[in-house]
Design a protein around this ligand. Structure first.
Ligand code: ACM
Ligand code: ZN
Length: 766
């Protein structure tokens, strides 16, 4: 090992203090009083002679320390010397990933139950170093005993390199991120409709053709395409290099070839493997394609065998992932070969599944058998339960946790990766307007943290079926690695605590307190990460007595919050938030949390007032039971909804044209009605087709004063629409708003001909 002992005594250098407030929270941290251990340029790292696993760990530790402090430590096999970080793998534990880390003034001992266990001790030591201030410094480690072991043996992270291609250096950087979070499994999604990304020497067209697409749809399947080619794949040599890189960090790679759906890229190369024979193209848009592998074709099975045989040689991990999600049966239902196979196998539709679902199980079991012959085990997405599969196949529960519950009850092993908690392609903030375009969804970090992966519904041995937990990153909307990091971090920190820390030792508030120390490590590594967790959160409540909107502000760490009400950007000198702010005039509150590290993103909240504010909504047609907002009064409470239709602030109507009557309390001169509505066609929420305003002095006899009509929508839309209806000033006490909703969804939409929803959050009258 090339390194030179420093001639300078370490104690002349500046020093910083280590802190054991790390993520994931270790199972037991016992700090003692006494002299600290000083890590200086003359500290050495030692491992027992001849122990290759620990020699590799020692090299990693030396790299981490050099990166953080600038000290390149000598690595030796003298484990008895003072001033040494000693690595061992002699800990007696049933958990091979367990470790004990003991610091005293003389030494730091990291004793793993295996080299992997020692590696997690190294991660703990590394994360204890204050990365923001350790450059060039010695590090003082207070005496401590940390006894630690992971809760789950399977701690995974998935990365889709098909929808967008991420080259080898990005994949290695991703693996480094996993190591920092004690994650031991990298699920590498290597094939999909939009690109085949791994060289298969016996099937060269897979990468010749299948790894390239000339363009990509813009927006959310807008129908408009860019002209930017997306291409790339990993040679087998590159893949082997990445496997080694991961293994050096105690991370196994589970490759996924998604069968028998999500196969357009492969079909574009080998169209004879499809039911129709093609031609097919590498897909340039998102979703679920009807064209899948033909399960009635013997050459399909030979194709699967060829691909898996080559991958078995590259990937040593015990597990392989063979997909199985989102495989439409449309082609199979109409394919003579698939139907002949169904007859030959004697498959019948019954309560346990359709004959086509069972045909899919036949394909999955075929792939599993080949892998079994090669000493491997198989994972598939939860859809494969539909046709029933071999009992030794592990189920990855992604459509919530119900597939995992069902699988565990049927005796399958399970990995929990519920989209509702662990899809990191989903938005991490409700304020999606200021985010890069995403697939949708909403999984803030606190939601990730709140996951309990062993559902209460499971009992006894069923509970032991839950092998672990994984987050998934699908990359339809993620084109750069920097964006991938932003989606992963710091949600991966929350994931790591779900995976590692015993349930009773988890605490979200403490987690957030420990997060800044980990963020310093993100910065030291140049990672791009999201900071929403530290933004100001606000809660708006109508106060009908004060006829005002009350805004309560908070932050996770009770940082001081400064705010303005005059439209100016808040600064460190703006008003200090002390108690809920009452707003009784149209205004926008802007607030920031002020910390020594700087100011947070700006939080904005508006309240809008008019002559209708806090008036009585005398009549209102019955809204849909799921979209009642806060009742009638919410239409005049000054509080607007966001562009998320489920935020509880929108009142939704369907089936019948809604009518609303507002009583202003006394006759007033009015000349304008503003009706706000949400359009979100993906969720069948459409613009209204017409509106009529009528006024009355007595609440019985109404006179029309304004009306308008609006064209049917001709394209998908997601926006908030504010419609103003003007009329000559009139004196009136009652105002009736009659809306004509879209009762026949246009032909371009999947809901063609059905009645839409109409959503409104507020009515203003002036
Ligand atoms: C999946 O998200 N289709 C597994
Ligand atoms: Zn077929």
């Amino acid at each position: 090992m090339a390194c030179a002992a420093s001639v300078l005594a370490g104690c002349t250098a500046k020093s910083v203090q280590a802190s054991y407030g790390i993520i994931p929270q270790p199972q037991a941290v016992d700090e003692a009083s006494g002299e600290p251990f000083r890590l200086s340029s003359s500290t050495t790292i030692a491992y027992p002679e001849g122990n290759e696993g620990l020699a590799n760990d020692a090299e990693r530790l030396a790299e981490y320390i050099e990166q953080l402090t600038g000290h390149r430590l000598c690595v030796s096999t003298d484990t008895a010397a003072a001033g040494t970080i000693v690595l061992k793998d002699a800990l007696q534990s049933e958990n091979r990933e367990a470790y004990e880390l003991i610091v005293d003034s003389r030494n730091i001992d990291i004793n793993g139950a295996s080299a992997a266990g020692a590696f997690y001790g190294i991660q703990t030591l590394r994360k204890s170093i204050p990365a923001a201030s350790s450059g060039g410094a010695d590090v003082m480690f207070p005496p401590v005993t940390i006894s630690d072991a992971p809760r789950f043996a399977y701690r995974g992270a998935h990365f889709d390199v098909s929808r967008h291609f991420f080259p080898a250096d990005s994949v290695k950087a991703f693996i480094d991120m996993l190591a920092l979070h004690n994650i031991n499994t990298f699920h590498w999604h290597l094939s999909d409709d939009q690109g085949w990304r791994i060289e298969i020497k016996s099937r060269p067209e897979l990468t010749e053709k299948g790894s390239r697409r000339p363009c990509t749809v813009t927006g959310r399947n807008s129908g408009v395409f860019d002209s930017i080619p997306v291409e790339g794949f990993f040679t087998q040599e590159q893949a082997r290099d990445i496997v080694r890189y991961a293994a050096d960090r105690h991370i196994r790679i589970i490759p996924e070839i998604d069968l028998p759906g999500h196969m357009l890229a492969a079909l574009s190369a080998y169209p004879e493997l499809g039911c129709t024979g093609g031609p097919y193209e590498v897909w340039s848009q998102w979703g679920v394609a009807d064209d899948v592998l033909c399960a009635g074709n013997d050459s399909t099975l030979a194709f699967i065998d060829d691909v898996l045989r080559e991958l078995v040689d590259i990937f040593p991990a015990e597990y392989f992932h063979i997909g199985g999600d989102e495989c439409p049966k449309t082609r199979w239902e109409n394919c003579p070969k698939c139907q002949a196979r169904i007859r030959a196998l004697g498959l019948k539709s019954d309560a346990s599944g359709s004959k086509e679902a069972k045909l899919q199980s036949y394909v999955m079991n075929h792939a599993a058998a080949l892998l079994r012959e090669n000493g491997r085990r198989v994972i598939g997405w939860d859809e494969i339960l539909e046709g029933g599969v071999d009992g030794d196949i592990t189920i990855m529960s992604w459509r919530g946790q119900s597939g995992g519950i069902e699988a565990a009850r049927r005796g399958h092993d399970v990995i929990m990766t519920p989209n509702t908690y662990l899809y990191f392609d989903y938005y991490q903030t409700a304020d999606t307007e200021n985010e890069p375009l995403g697939i949708g969804g909403y999984v803030p970090i606190e939601k990730v943290y709140s996951l309990e992966p062993v559902p209460a519904e499971l009992e006894g041995a069923e509970r032991d079926r839950i092998l672990g937990v994984q987050a998934n990153l699908w990359t339809e909307y993620i084109k750069t690695f920097s964006h991938a990091q932003y989606m992963e971090l710091p949600r991966m920190a929350a994931l790591s605590e779900v995976q590692w820390t015993d349930q009773g030792k988890k605490d979200y508030d403490r987690f957030v307190e420990r997060l800044p120390q980990l963020l310093d490590h993100y910065r030291a590594n140049g990672y791009n990460y999201a900071t929403h967790v530290f933004d100001v959160k606000g809660e708006l409540k109508p106060d009908s007595v004060a006829r005002a909107v009350s805004i309560t502000l908070s932050t996770v760490d009770n940082a001081p919050v400064r705010y303005t009400l005059d439209g100016s950007m808040p600064t460190e000198e703006s008003a200090l938030y002390e108690s809920p702010v009452l707003i009784d005039n149209t205004a926008t509150l802007m607030a920031v949390a002020v910390r020594p590290s700087g100011m947070s993103n700006v939080y904005k909240a508006s309240a809008s007032f008019s002559k209708a504010s806090f008036a009585e909504v005398k009549e209102m047609s019955e809204p849909h039971p799921s979209y009642k907002s806060g009742g009638r009064a919410s239409l005049v409470d000054g509080i607007f909804g966001s562009n998320g239709y489920k935020d509880g602030l929108w009142t939704g109507f369907t089936a019948r044209d809604p009518e609303i009557v507002i009583d202003l309390g006394n006759a007033q001169k009015i000349s304008k009605v503003t009706l706000r509505s949400l359009v979100h066609t993906d969720n069948w929420i459409f613009d209204m087709r017409g509106v009529r305003i009528a006024v009355s002095a007595d609440g019985h006899k109404f006179n029309d004063v304004a009306s308008d009509t609006y064209p049917a929508l001709s394209a998908p839309a997601h926006e908030i629409v504010s419609r103003n209806l003007y009329f000559g000033p009139v004196e009136a006490r009652y105002v009736k708003i009659s809306v004509e909703i879209e009762k026949s969804i246009p032909a371009w939409h999947p809901g063609k001909g059905a009645c839409s929803f109409f959503f409104t959050d507020e009515i203003l009258i002036d």
